[in-house]
Design a binder for this molecule. Sequence first.
Ligand code: GRF
Length: 207
Amino acid sequence: MSQAGRLVVLVSGSGTNLQALLDAVADRSYGAAIVAVGADRDGIEGLARAERAGVPTFVEKLSSYGSRADWDTALAARIAAYKPDLVVAAGFMKILGAPTLESFPVLNTHPALLPSFPGAHGVRDAMAHGVKVTGCTVMLADAGVDTGPIVAQEAVRVFDGDDEHLLHERIKTVERGLLVDTVGRMVREGWTVTGRTVRLGSGGMKK
Ligand code: GRF
């Protein structure tokens, strides 16, 4: 393995996806290192997980800036300082702006089978629709809400007794595995994007 791929992971909450990545990078053969964890708020378990793992953290709150554009610029600068090969939005609950999206490849994860049920309430919306199968999607981020090219997906069945929390927890178990798998393949094998089609295993990290 040559140099490990440099990951900056962005979080807004409990950070169980981040934890799965922290656990994965402990094995050198995984091929990646988490060089920083960023958040849009303080006091979250995601930041505590990074601190416990000895990974540098930063917080950029939207409310600290006069405009969204200023926040976008500040966040991109914080990320850039760590020279990432890949940014992973792992439960980061803000839309990333052009300064970040145009500077780095950004991977995002969503607890539904896109393009169905995008947005902040993917699990709730899928249940309200009465679907029998939902799942999770790992995609490259673009300027839209969960609209970027899909890298990987996995299905999860909906059971009669499910509520939003139960179903989300079951999805998250699958989502963590899918994210770890996908990030690992991307850093080790590279990827290409043709139109909306993402192919892994094409050598070299390509946007
Ligand atoms: C994940 O299901 C993610 O897709 C969604 O929020 C959840 C984050 O979980 N946007 P965690 O913070 O990684 O535990």
